[in-house]
Design a protein around this ligand. Structure first.
Ligand code: ADP
Ligand code: MG
Length: 621
C-alpha cells in the first residue's frame, strides 16, 4: 500500500501560516511597523494605496539588514530577536516569532530595499509567492524600505473576504495609532492614496495623545504615574466629564505592546465608578511596564491578549493608580471649583494631615508603594484587597440616601441658616458615633456605629469641614500653628498676582502663611502652616493663589470666605487615600467637635445615617 503523507511545499506552508498572522492589510501594517520599531528607527513612514489592498509600504531609518540577513528574513522562523527558549521570557522587542516576513512574502509581491548603517551599498530583493525573483546590490538610504503589493493576489478566497476600503483603512488607522501612541519618541506618518493623513513629530506622550485624539484633551488629561518594584504604571486618563457615550479611546500597553483586556478595563471603570454616568466611557491610555518574566506574551500574535503571572495584582494596581491619580487631581471637587488640572497637581494637595501622620500612614498601606519606591508583595495583604469591592449593594442605597439628603438640604436652605445650623447641631449630638471602632472602605468612606444605627462618613468632605472651621477660627484670632522657615523662601509672582497677594497678606498671616513683600513682585515666606510639609511652602502658596483665582467666580463670597474655602479644600485629605486607625479616630473626633458637622462649607453631605430599624425592615425583620 502506498504511503500517503506529503510534506507541503514551502510556499503552501507559508500561505497557510500567513492565514494566522496576516488576516487583513492592517495585520501586515502592524507587523511592518513593529519591525521598524524593533530596528531602532526614529522615523517611520507608512504608505498605503487602496486601504492596503494594492500597496503597503513602510520606510524606516533603522539599523537595516546585511545582504545575508535580508535574504534570511523571509524564511519561516527566521528571527534575530531570540536565540533560545529562555529568551522568550525576556522579550524586549515587539516581534520574536520570525513569521511575519515569511507570511507576507507568501501572500503578496514584496520588494525590499535595505542598507545597514554605515554601509555604502544596500540590498534589493524581490520576492513573490515565497519565491525570490531577484536579488541585487542597490543604492538606497540607511534603513529599510519594504513594500508589499496586491495582498492575497495568490489566495483569491482571502482577497474576496476583505471588507470595503473604508473599513480596511479604519483597521489600518487603528493599528497605526496604537503603535504611534506606544512610541511617541518616534516620528510617524501615514499617507493614504498619496494624501498624508497623519504627520506625528516625535514628542511627549501627552503631546502625541493630543495630536491623535484631538486638542480638546489638552486641558483634560490627568496624569497617572505610579512606580513600584513590581511594576510601573504611567499614562493618562481623561477627566470624568470628557467621558463619551461610545467606547473608543481606551488603550492598555504592556511593555509597550497594545493589549485588550476586559479585566483591566474593569479595574479602570471601577476607579471611575461614581464619577461618570453608568453607560459612558472615559478615555485612558495606560502603560504597564513590568519584568517580562512576569508575563507570557506567547499567547498569539494577533490576539492582543496577554497572560500575567498574577492578574489580580495588576488589577489592583491599575485600579489604585487611576483612583489615586483622580484623587490627586481631585477631579471630583473640580466640578465645583473648576480648577485647572495643573493647579491640582500639587503635592500639598494630596498630603494627608501633618508630616507625622503622613509617616504613620506611610507605614501601613498601599500609600507607601505609591509614594516611595517599595516592594509590591504587600498587596497580598488580604485586608487591602478585600476592601476593594465590598458592599456594592450598599453603594446604591447610599446614592439614594445622598440624593434624598441633598433634597432635604435644599429645602432647609430655604429656612434661615441659623435655624438650620441649630437643627444640625441637635442632630449632630445623637448622630455621633457611639463606639470607637471605625472601618475605612474604598479609601474614601469611614463607617461608624452610632446609637441609631451606623453612619458613613466621606473622609474628604469631613476634612474639608474640619479645616474650614479651623481656618475660620484662626481668622477670629485662634492662631494656626506656624512653622518658621529655617531658610526663608522667596517667591516671585506676576504683577497681577503681586497685587492679589498684597491684598491677601493679612488674612494669609492669620491662616499661618507669614509672607512679607520684598519689592519687585517678590515675597519672602517666613513661615507656613504646620500642616504644610517643609520645603513645600512655596509650591503650596503658589497653588493656593492659583486656586483662589480659579475659585468659582460666580459665587458671591467675600475674599476671605473664598480664601477659607479654597484653603480648606486644598489641604484636605482626598478620597482615595488610606487612613490608619489613629488618623480615622482624630478625623471623626474633630468632625464631631465642629460647629456644623454634617455638611461641607459648600453644602455637600459629610455623612449619611442608616438607621437600625430601617435596616431591620430591609432584612424583613
Ligand atoms: P520577527 O520580527 O518576529 O523577528 P519578522 O519576520 O517580522 O520576524 O522579521 C524577521 C527578521 O528580519 C527580524 O528578526 C529582523 O532581524 C529582520 N527585519 C525585519 N524587518 C526589519 C527592518 N525594518 N529593519 C531591520 N531588520 C528587519
Ligand atoms: Mg516582526
Amino acid at each position: 500500500m502506498a504511503d500517503i503523507i506529503n510534506l507541503l511545499p514551502e510556499n503552501i506552508a507559508n500561505q497557510i501560516a500567513a492565514g494566522e498572522v496576516i488576516q487583513r492589510p492592517a495585520s501586515a501594517v502592524k507587523e511592518l511597523l513593529e519591525n521598524a520599531v524593533d530596528a531602532g528607527a526614529t522615523e517611520i513612514k507608512l504608505f498605503v494605496n487602496d486601504a492596503g489592498k494594492a500597496l503597503i509600504q513602510v520606510i524606516d531609518n533603522g539599523k537595516g539588514m546585511s545582504e545575508t540577513d535580508a535574504r534570511m528574513s523571509f524564511e519561516r522562523h527566521a528571527t534575530s530577536k531570540i536565540k533560545n527558549i529562555d529568551d522568550l521570557f525576556h522579550i524586549k522587542t515587539m516581534g520574536f516569532r520570525g513569521e511575519a516576513l515569511a507570511s507576507i512574502a507568501g501572500v503578496s509581491q514584496v520588494e525590499l530595499k535595505t542598507k545597514k548603517q554605515g554601509e555604502t551599498i544596500g540590498t534589493f530583493i524581490e520576492i513573490e509567492n515565497s519565491v525570490v525573483l531577484s536579488q541585487e546590490p542597490v543604492a538606497t538610504n540607511e534603513g529599510t524600505n519594504i513594500s508589499m503589493k496586491n495582498l492575497f493576489f495568490n489566495v483569491p478566497a482571502r482577497r474576496n473576504f476583505l471588507k470595503s476600503n473604508a473599513s480596511e483603512l479604519k483597521h489600518i488607522v487603528d493599528e497605526f495609532i496604537r503603535v504611534a501612541i506606544a512610541f511617541p519618541n518616534i516620528f510617524f506618518s501615514l499617507t493614504s492614496n498619496g494624501q498624508e493623513v497623519f504627520h506625528l513629530e516625535k514628542s511627549s506622550l501627552k503631546q502625541r495623545l493630543i495630536q491623535i485624539l484631538g486638542n480638546n484633551y489638552n486641558a483634560n488629561l490627568v496624569s497617572v504615574k505610579e512606580e513600584t518594584d513590581y511594576l510601573n504604571i504611567y499614562g493618562f486618563v481623561g477627566k470624568p466629564d470628557t467621558a463619551r457615550k461610545t467606547r473608543g479611546d481606551q488603550y492598555f500597553f504592556v511593555n509597550n505592546r497594545f493589549i485588550k483586556s476586559a479585566y483591566l478595563n474593569h479595574a479602570v471603570m471601577n476607579a471611575f465608578s461614581d464619577m461618570i454616568a453608568k453607560d459612558s466611557f472615559p478615555m485612558y491610555t495606560l502603560f504597564i511596564d513590568l519584568d517580562p518574566s512576569r508575563l507570557d506574551i506567547n499567547v498569539h500574535p494577533t490576539k492582543q491578549e496577554i497572560k500575567f503571572e498574577d492578574e489580580k495584582i495588576i488589577y489592583a494596581f491599575v485600579q489604585s493608580a487611576v483612583k489615586h491619580a483622580l484623587a490627586q487631581y481631585s477631579v471630583m471637587p473640580a466640578l465645583d471649583f473648576e480648577l485647572d488640572a495643573s493647579i491640582q497637581h500639587n503635592e500639598a494637595v494630596s498630603q494627608p494631615f501633618t508630616a507625622d501622620k503622613q509617616n504613620a500612614a506611610a507605614g501601613t498601606s498601599l500609600y507607601k508603594t505609591f509614594t516611595q519606591k517599595n516592594q509590591a508583595h504587600f498587596i497580598n495583604n488580604k485586608s487591602d484587597l478585600e476592601h476593594w469591592n465590598v458592599f456594592p449593594e450598599i453603594k446604591n442605597a447610599v446614592k439614594e440616601k445622598a440624593e434624598n439628603n441633598l433634597l432635604q438640604n435644599e429645602n432647609k436652605n430655604a429656612n434661615t441658616l441659623s435655624s438650620f445650623a441649630k437643627e444640625i447641631h441637635q442632630a449632630k449630638t445623637n448622630k455621633k458615633p457611639s463606639s470607637e471602632e471605625f472601618i475605612q472602605i474604598h479609601k474614601t468612606f469611614i463607617i461608624a456605629e452610632n446609637e441609631n444605627g451606623f453612619i458613613i462618613i466621606h473622609q474628604q468632605n469631613a476634612h474639608e469641614r474640619i479645616l474650614y472651621e479651623r481656618f475660620a477660627n484662626a481668622m477670629k484670632g485662634k492662631p494656626i500653628a506656624v512653622q518658621r522657615s529655617l531658610f526663608p523662601v522667596t517667591i516671585e509672582v506676576t504683577p497681577a498676582d503681586a497685587v492679589l497677594l498684597n491684598e491677601l497678606i493679612d488674612d494669609l498671616n492669620l491662616l499661618g502663611y507669614h509672607v512679607e513683600p520684598f519689592g519687585n513682585n517678590t515675597f519672602v515666606i517666613q513661615g507656613s502652616p504646620g500642616d504644610v510639609p517643609d520645603g513645600n511652602e512655596k509650591a503650596s502658596l503658589e497653588k493656593m493663589l492659583e486656586q483662589f483665582k480659579h475659585f468659582s467666580m460666580d459665587i458671591n463670597f467675600s475674599k476671605r470666605e473664598k480664601l477659607l474655602r479654597s484653603m480648606a479644600w486644598q489641604q484636605s485629605v482626598k478620597a482615595g487615600i488610606f487612613l490608619n486607625e489613629k488618623e480615622i479616630k482624630s478625623l471623626v473626633e474633630d468632625l464631631f467637635a465642629c460647629e456644623i458637622s454634617n455638611t461641607t462649607p459648600n453644602g455637600k453631605p459629610v455623612f449619611l445615617e442608616f438607621k437600625k430599624d430601617e435596616l431591620d425592615k430591609m432584612f424583613g425583620r
